[in-house]
Ligand binder design. Structure first.
Ligand SMILES: NC(=O)c1ccc[n+]([C@@H]2O[C@H](COP(=O)([O-])OP(=O)(O)OC[C@H]3O[C@@H](n4cnc5c(N)ncnc54)[C@H](O)[C@@H]3O)[C@@H](O)[C@H]2O)c1
Length: 295
């Protein structure tokens, strides 16, 4: 089955990125959200990203215009009727995702493939909201989507081999490297990255090193582009906290128990860059070590 039109549900951070890389690959991308303001925001994010590439001389204005013309706004789930593939990227909430997929199952043509970009919910669980379980799959992109090279492809229990093949081809055409992951909490990357972060928290609490020195050590010693504390603040400590809780609730093993200092920061509303403070303090406009908390 040839994929031509992709319906992206959710025009937030991930949806906008997916619409951009899809259009760059030549797909017609319908970008849907609950309001036209939210769709415009996603559209403008893609436009800004591409403009930056034009300014840097990485892209011609002509290619950018052609790419943007492939991204069409939508505020109606009925546009799912035009799609060969749906990629859902709304809030990480099972009830919302179930409702959207159950509606789309009735709207989309029988051959349309339904994919979710969930980071932490089981693919088979979301697939239970549709009848076409063989055509339901996980396509887990990484942020920022135009920059990160990976897309994990995750089969649910009932996903067909044909669906897997199509999802893999689409992701590869979007310029992504693909890996096949089992439908387990955290899939591959988030699970391994969470284990690394847990060990970093232990080192910090045992006084082995400060967050700044752990960040420095992993950048200079392992060539990580960002340290784990910096990255946590960048992505949002609330997001990391949800991931670790998902792993802990699934496996019930002490190694996944949420770190208490992380929990304290999240409960205090210190989510990182987006709130001004996390492991570091950004309120002055620069990243500074926190002096009001002893780590
Ligand atoms: N941010 C990341 O680093 C990242 C990485 C990989 C996967 N994900 C996953 O991608 C999904 C989206 O994450 P995000 O960071 O883009 O979130 P976001 O908050 O930036 O965007 C979510 C969008 O969903 C829209 N939305 C909410 N309810 C909706 C509904 N009922 N119908 C249509 N749209 C609705 C919101 O208006 C918003 O625009 C989540 O499942 C998340 O777990 C996120």
């Amino acid at each position: 089955m040839a994929i031509k039109t992709i319906f992206v549900v959710g025009a937030g951070f991930m949806g906008a990125g997916i619409a951009q890389v899809g259009a760059q690959a030549g797909y017609e991308m319908l970008l849907y959200d609950i309001s036209s303001e939210a769709v415009d925001k996603g559209f403008n994010t893609a436009k800004k990203n591409l403009s930056r590439n034009v300014e840097k001389g990485k892209l011609t204005q002509e290619v950018m215009d052609k790419t943007m013309s492939l991204i069409k706004p939508s505020t109606s789930l009925n546009d799912g009727a035009k799609a060969d593939l749906v990629i859902e990227a709304v809030f990480e909430n099972l009830d919302i995702k179930n409702e959207i997929f159950s509606t789309l199952d009735g709207v989309c043509p029988p051959n349309t493939i339904l994919a979710t970009n969930t980071s932490s919910i089981s693919i088979s669980t979301i697939a239970n909201s549709v009848k076409r379980k063989d055509k339901f799959i996980g396509m887990h992109f990484f942020s920022p989507v135009p920059v990160m090279r990976l897309c994990e492809i995750i089969n649910g229990i009932n996903t067909s081999a044909e669906t897997y093949k199509i999802a893999e081809e689409v992701a590869q055409k979007m310029g992504k490297e693909t890996v096949k992951a089992k439908d387990v909490p955290g899939f591959i990357v988030n699970r391994i990255n969470a284990a690394l972060r847990q060990e970093c928290y232990r080192c910090m609490e045992e006084g082995v090193a400060t967050p700044q020195d752990i960040d420095k050590a992993l950048k200079a010693g392992l060539n990580h582009p960002m340290g784990p504390f910096e990255l946590g603040d960048f992505v949002g400590l609330d997001v990391g906290y949800n991931v670790i809780n998902t792993l802990y609730n699934a496996y019930k093993e002490p190694k996944w128990a949420p770190n208490l200092t992380l929990e304290k920061l999240v409960k205090a509303g210190d989510y990182g860059r987006k709130t001004g403070k996390g492991w570091y303090d950004y309120t002055s406009g620069e990243r500074k070590s926190r002096t009001d908390v002893s780590f």
